[in-house]
Design a protein around this ligand. Sequence first.
Ligand code: ZN
Length: 189
Amino acid sequence: MANRPASAPHPTVIPRSHPASGPLRRDPAKRRADNLRRLREHDEDLAYLAQLTCVGLKPLSRYERPLNDGLRAELVALGLVQRTCRRRTEEGGEVDETVFSRHTPLLEIYRQAFDGGPLRLSRELGMLEGYLFGFPPCCVSAYLARPYAPNGLDREEQAILFHWACSGCSITPLLLPRYREALAAVREA
Ligand SMILES: [Zn+2]
């Protein structure tokens, strides 16, 4: 040890010329959890939507606000592509929203149909929105005919969904356990 100059690097620090492997590489699941946690620290709904979209339960999701660069980077790290769209309110104002998906063509369909358009939807655009968001078509039709009709769901069940379930829905009960798993992944991240 006496022969080693004080400025020499610590002998255990070995320069790497190739990517780390084995235990030195961060676990991908851990990395995803870190991304989700940082989104959740901003807004749990944003992280929840990102997870639902990552696992394929929602083809496309909308977050009704613009995102800063840091949050955009978290979505990119999760494998999501994103667009900002501008919508017109009934009062003549404008709002920016962020849409994200694993699939660029879906974002393009959304942008073509909704960017620059009103927040208020025609029946046709409501059906398209429901399709892109992964909502059961029965629920979308029922909601467009009569919003928030009684559906017999527990408050807790309805609260973790982004669509209003139709009465006697045969699809929503299949979605609920998967949505719960996605929310648990966000809360445990
Ligand atoms: Zn339904």
